[in-house]
Design a protein around this ligand. Structure first.
Ligand code: CMP
Length: 140
């Protein structure tokens, strides 16, 4: 399988509980490398822009409120089949449905406070990486 890059976020519910290192360790233990990382406090405008695809969903307001409630660690992860691998490592969006051993099973509080985000396809990975990082900030 090809080496890919995917976009990942450690969300405010997790950074507030001091889980940045614990979650990053799960990525590294599963063969993903952190090739870019920074801690940001998203503005409302940034959160609305990032999640624009969900703007008509009933949970959009709650989503933006959660993402602007504290720091987020935005990262680029690199590895073999990184996009699908990261989604497997994260587990289902709703932690109640997440498999044993996944990040969301271990750490997430609810569907809204689900600790991590990861790109779902190569196109979204490229868009999401470019939303937060310039090329010179990614060091493989
Ligand atoms: P994420 O993978 O970041 O993509 C969109 C986010 O919206 C998702 O994780 C959840 O945190 C959030 N979300 C999805 N469905 C719901 C819902 N029914 N109620 C609240 N938040 C949701």
């Amino acid at each position: 399988m090809a080496i890919e890059r995917t976009f990942s976020m450690i969300k405010p519910d997790a950074t507030k509980r001091n889980l940045t290192g614990a979650i990053t360790k799960v990525f590294e233990d599963n063969g993903l490398r952190v090739v870019a990382s920074k801690r940001v406090w998203m503005s409302k405008r940034e959160a609305e822009g990032f999640y624009a695809v969900h703007k008509d969903r009933p949970f959009f307001g709650e989503l933006v409120e959660g993402m602007t409630s504290g720091p987020t660690v935005v990262q680029v992860l690199e590895g073999e089949g990184a996009i699908l691998k990261n989604r497997e490592i994260m587990g289902a969006t709703n932690p109640a449905q997440a498999a044993e051993g996944t990040i969301r099973k271990q750490f997430a509080l609810s569907i809204g406070e689900n600790s991590v985000h990861g790109s779902d396809a190569p196109e979204t990975a490229a868009e999401e990486i470019a939303y937060w990082f310039s090329a010179t900030e990614i060091v493989g």
